[in-house]
Design a protein around this ligand. Structure first.
Ligand SMILES: Nc1ncnc2c1ncn2[C@@H]1O[C@H](COP(=O)(O)OP(=O)(O)OP(=O)(O)O)[C@@H](O)[C@H]1O
Length: 231
């Protein structure tokens, strides 16, 4: 699966309050490659993830998954694409409180309307693969920040998404955990041949990525309170 953004513009607000966050952006993301989106706060990294993940319709432009334009689908079609083809991993891990690690993965299966019984051993194997075989029944509050992030990664990958969108995966972990998590993301991207796009401020993530896109140069935000940046 290839992700292509063509002429993507995202603007918020109207008239003098209008802020253009992404301005006629073109970008292609290939399978098996991890791209790090870097750039200052407010440069549009999370906005790009939201557009790519069919969570936000752009003001203009196309978002193509293998040539199919996501922006044209109905809300129901976009939500089916989100469920079936896209994995998300967010800053805090966004785990469901009180739920054991293995159930966090199975909850994703429930949401897809499948019966979790046959998936339990696969969920346990997925957690073992991220080094959490000894933490299967631990709840989020019993796990370290790095362990929570690894549960979130295993969960995001559990349904074999073609597109993996990750926002600040290392924000809540220490340096050595950040390096390990970044390497794990890169390794799984290669193994599963998914398209991975990671918004990050962390040099360890940028280092592990196959490509780094500087949003300050790419997105050129304009509008109230921001100056035109980049070259
Ligand atoms: N719904 C919205 N309405 C108005 N402005 C918005 C909205 N969502 C985002 N913005 C603005 O768009 C800009 C880009 O935000 P975005 O979250 O994409 O930046 P970012 O690069 O991910 O920042 P950070 O590194 O702080 O997470 C910001 O100036 C933000 O205020």
């Amino acid at each position: 699966m290839t992700l292509e953004l063509i002429g993507v513009t995202v603007a918020f607000g109207r008239a003098e309050a209008r802020t253009t966050v992404l301005d006629d952006l073109d970008a292609t993301f290939e399978p098996g490659r991890m791209t790090a989106l870097v750039g200052p706060s407010g440069s549009g990294k999370s906005t790009l993830l939201a557009v790519a993940g069919a969570l936000l319709r752009p003001t203009a432009g196309q978002v193509l998954l293998d040539g199919e334009d996501l922006t044209e689908g109905t809300d129901a079609q976009r939500s089916a694409v989100r469920r079936e083809r896209i994995g998300y991993m967010f800053q805090s891990g966004n785990l469901l409180s009180g739920l054991p690690a293995v159930e966090q993965l199975l909850a994703a299966v429930y949401i897809n309307g499948k019966r979790p019984r046959s998936h339990r051993s696969r969920a346990e194997a997925a957690l073992s693969e991220v080094g959490l075989g000894h933490r299967l029944r631990h709840r989020p509050e019993q796990l370290s920040g790095g362990e929570r992030q690894r549960v979130a990664l295993a969960r995001a990958l559990f349904l074999s998404p073609q597109l993996l969108l990750v926002d600040e995966p290392t924000a809540a972990v220490d340096r050595s955990q950040a390096g390990e998590l970044a390497e794990l993301l890169a390794a799984r991207t290669r193994r599963d041949q998914c398209v991975t796009v990671v918004a990050t401020h962390d040099p360890a993530v940028a280092e592990a990525a196959d490509r780094v896109v500087d949003m300050a140069r790419t997105a050129r935000p304009t509008g109230p309170g921001s100056s035109r940046r980049g070259s």
